[in-house]
Write a protein that binds this ligand. Structure first.
Ligand SMILES: NC(=O)c1ccc[n+]([C@@H]2O[C@H](COP(=O)([O-])OP(=O)(O)OC[C@H]3O[C@@H](n4cnc5c(N)ncnc54)[C@H](OP(=O)(O)O)[C@@H]3O)[C@@H](O)[C@H]2O)c1
Length: 354
C-alpha cells in the first residue's frame, strides 16, 4: 500500500481530496499523511489529526524547505497542492532607471512567483525519495490556447502553474521522480464570486443592491464543484501505479450537455443564474481591460496589482482557454457512482434571496 501525502490538507482542494480518500475507503487512514504549515498543538493541526484514527499529520511550510523534506520522509505519492499565496505572482511596480521618477510594471521572473513555493516542495520531495508526484495545476490554456505553445495562456493565474509544470517536467526528465502528473483542476464552481467582479458570495450582504457587473471580457468555462475535484483527485492518487503516471489532464467537463449547456457557462450566464437565485437580476457588462482595471481599482478600492494579475483571466475566457471537454472527470466520478455536480446546485446553496 503506497503512502500518500496530501498537501494543503486543511484547505479546500486538499481537504476535499483527503476527505474523499477516507470517505471512499480508497486507502487506509494509516497510509495517509496530511500536510499543514500549522504546528502541532494548533487547532488546524489537531482538527486534521481528528479526521480519522491512524491518520498522520505533519508540519510542512513552503517557506521552510527542511520542514517539507522531513514531512515527506517515507512518502511514495505526493499530492502537491499549489500555494494560495497569489501575491507572489503580482507584477511589481519598479522605478524607471532614467531618473525621471516614473515607474512601470515588471513581470515576476521565472522562479520568483508562486512557482518558488512549488519548487521548494518539488525539490524536497526529490530529496525525500518520493517516487510519484501529482501537481494541482489549473484548467486554463486548453485547446486553441494550447496550440499557441505550451507556455501560452492569457491568464496571470496560469503563469505559475505553467512554470511549475515545466519545472516538474525537467525534473522528471532528469530522472528525479518515477512519474510526474499534472492535474489541471477545473475552475471551482464555488469561485463564481471572483469571476463576477468580487460579488458577495451569498449574492446579498454588501452587494444586495448591486445589479451590474463590469468585466474585461466574457467566455465559457466548465465549472467544477470542489467536492467532485476532491473525489477525482483521490481516485487518481489511489489508482494502481501506472494509470495516471506522467499524464497532464483536465478535471473539467461540459458534462450534462442536454441540460441547458450543462456546466459549460459564460460568466454572463453565471451572473444570470446568481440573479435568478437571489431574486434580483445581475447584468454582466463587457467593458474591456482598461475600464475593468479602472473600475475595480478606483471605484471598488481593490489593489491595483491584484486586479492587473486577475484581469487576463477574462481575455483567456474569451479565447476559449477554459472551454474544457475532458472525459476524465466524468469517468473517475462514475467509478464511485457519482456524476458531476451541476453548477446551478452549487450556486443555489451559496446564494441567499435578497
Ligand atoms: N481550481 C480553481 O478554480 C481554484 C480556485 C481557487 C484557488 N485555486 C488554487 O488552488 C490552490 C489551493 O487552494 P485552495 O482553494 O485549497 O485554498 P485554501 O482553501 O486557501 O487552502 C490553501 C492551503 O494552503 C495551505 N498553506 C497556506 N500557507 C502555506 C505554507 N506557507 N506552506 C504550506 N501550506 C500552506 C493551507 O494550509 P495550512 O494553513 O494548514 O498550512 C491551506 O490548506 C491555490 O493555488 C489556489 O490558488 C484554484
Amino acid at each position: 500500500m503506497p503512502t500518500i501525502a496530501v498537501g494543503g490538507a486543511s484547505g479546500k482542494i486538499g481537504g476535499a481530496t483527503l476527505s474523499a480518500l477516507l470517505a471512499h475507503n480508497l486507502v487506509p487512514a494509516s497510509s495517509i499523511i496530511a500536510l499543514t504549515s500549522s504546528r502541532p498543538g494548533s487547532s488546524t493541526f489537531d482538527a486534521l489529526a481528528a479526521k480519522a484514527p491512524g491518520l498522520r499529520v505533519r508540519h510542512a511550510d513552503f517557506e521552510d524547505a527542511a520542514s517539507f523534506e522531513k514531512a515527506l520522509e517515507g512518502v511514495d505519492r505526493f499530492f502537491l497542492v499549489s500555494t494560495p499565496h497569489v501575491e507572489l505572482d503580482f507584477d511589481r511596480r519598479v522605478e524607471v532607471e532614467d531618473g525621471s521618477g516614473k515607474w512601470e510594471w515588471q513581470e515576476v521572473p521565472d522562479g520568483q512567483g508562486r512557482e518558488r513555493h512549488h519548487r521548494v516542495a518539488i525539490d524536497a520531495a526529490a530529496r525525500a525519495g518520493v517516487s510519484r508526484i501529482y501537481y494541482t495545476s489549473l484548467a486554463f490554456a486548453f485547446d486553441r490556447a494550447a496550440k499557441r505553445g505550451k507556455h501560452a495562456s492569457k491568464a496571470g493565474v496560469m503563469r505559475a502553474h505553467l512554470r511549475t509544470e515545466a519545472y516538474l517536467a525537467r525534473q522528471r526528465a532528469a530522472g528525479v521522480f518515477g512519474s510526474a502528473t499534472a492535474v489541471r483542476e477545473g475552475l471551482y464552481a464555488e469561485s463564481w464570486p471572483l469571476y463576477l467582479g468580487e460579488f458577495a458570495a451569498d449574492g446579498g450582504g454588501r452587494d444586495a443592491e448591486r445589479t451590474e457587473v463590469p468585466i474585461a471580457g466574457d467566455g465559457t468555462a466548465c465549472w467544477t464543484a470542489i467536492a467532485d475535484l476532491g473525489v477525482a483527485n483521490a481516485l487518481v492518487l489511489a489508482a494502481p501505479g501506472g494509470e495516471f503516471d506522467d499524464r497532464t489532464f483536465y478535471l473539467s467537463t461540459r458534462a450534462g450537455n442536454t441540460n441547458g449547456g450543462g456546466n459549460a457557462k459564460t460568466v454572463s450566464e453565471i451572473g444570470a443564474l446568481v440573479g435568478k437565485a437571489r431574486g434580483k437580476e445581475i447584468k454582466v457588462k463587457v467593458v474591456g481591460r482598461a475600464e475593468h482595471e479602472r473600475y475595480y481599482v478606483e471605484e471598488r478600492g481593490l489593489d491595483a496589482a491584484a486586479v492587473r494579475w486577475w484581469v487576463g483571466t477574462y481575455e483567456a475566457l474569451e479565447e476559449g482557454e477554459c472551454e474544457v471537454d475532458d472525459g476524465t472527470l466524468e469517468g473517475l466520478l462514475g467509478r464511485v457512482g457519482m456524476k458531476p455536480t451541476r453548477v446551478e446546485e452549487v450556486i443555489g446553496k451559496m446564494v441567499k434571496r435578497v
